[in-house]
Design a protein around this ligand. Sequence first.
Ligand SMILES: Cc1cc2nc3c(=O)[nH]c(=O)nc-3n(C[C@H](O)[C@H](O)[C@H](O)COP(=O)(O)O)c2cc1C
Length: 198
Amino acid sequence: MTATLEQTSSAAETVLQTMRTRRVVRSFTDEPVSEAHLRMILESARWALSAGNRYISKFLVVQDPNRIRLVKAVSPGMLAKPTALIVILTDLHKAAEQQVQIGRDTATEVDIGTAAQNMSVMAHALGLGSCPATSFSRSGVAATLDLPPTLIPEFILQLGHPAPQPRVMRSGAVTKLPVESLTYWEQVGRPMPRQAGG
Ligand SMILES: Cc1cc2nc3c(=O)[nH]c(=O)nc-3n(C[C@H](O)[C@H](O)[C@H](O)COP(=O)(O)O)c2cc1C
């Protein structure tokens, strides 16, 4: 059955609204993230864009509060006290198998971003909060999480139930730039056309 234009636009609006209302959360309650929610978030990563469908990344779920505390100790970018982490790892075995040159093939970094984005949006859709951490000691996190040398930690997604307090905006904090200021149309320097009826 073909979707009507009305159904299509309502699905698109829902997706956009979920993306639009997701903001990083750096303050969480102590309530653990359920396994069902973690599974949904991992499922969203599975469906992310992946260059050549190669899936060089692996995911490590961490819920043990002690391990989270130790990861935080070596991660200056972890400002929150999350109740779960999903660590995106580069699998060097898989990369070698697929003849991917880590560090030269930027597509692997893009893959980390696509998975991270899907997971953040899914977490938000589930009523959870998330925040990336990329500022961390690779060797410290690897040691804390007992990673074999073939799995490199690349990205940490901090997860939890958002604390009720409202997010405080610093005065002069940057809000989202309008799409017109980020986009050229057909040619660099040419602005987006005005919206019909706008
Ligand atoms: C690649 C990447 C790395 C980031 N690293 C960190 C980090 O180490 N610590 C942190 O608190 N936030 C980190 N962030 C979150 C950004 O600061 C945040 O997405 C940005 O300020 C926009 O806020 P918003 O997502 O709520 O719109 C990172 C985001 C991205 C995309």
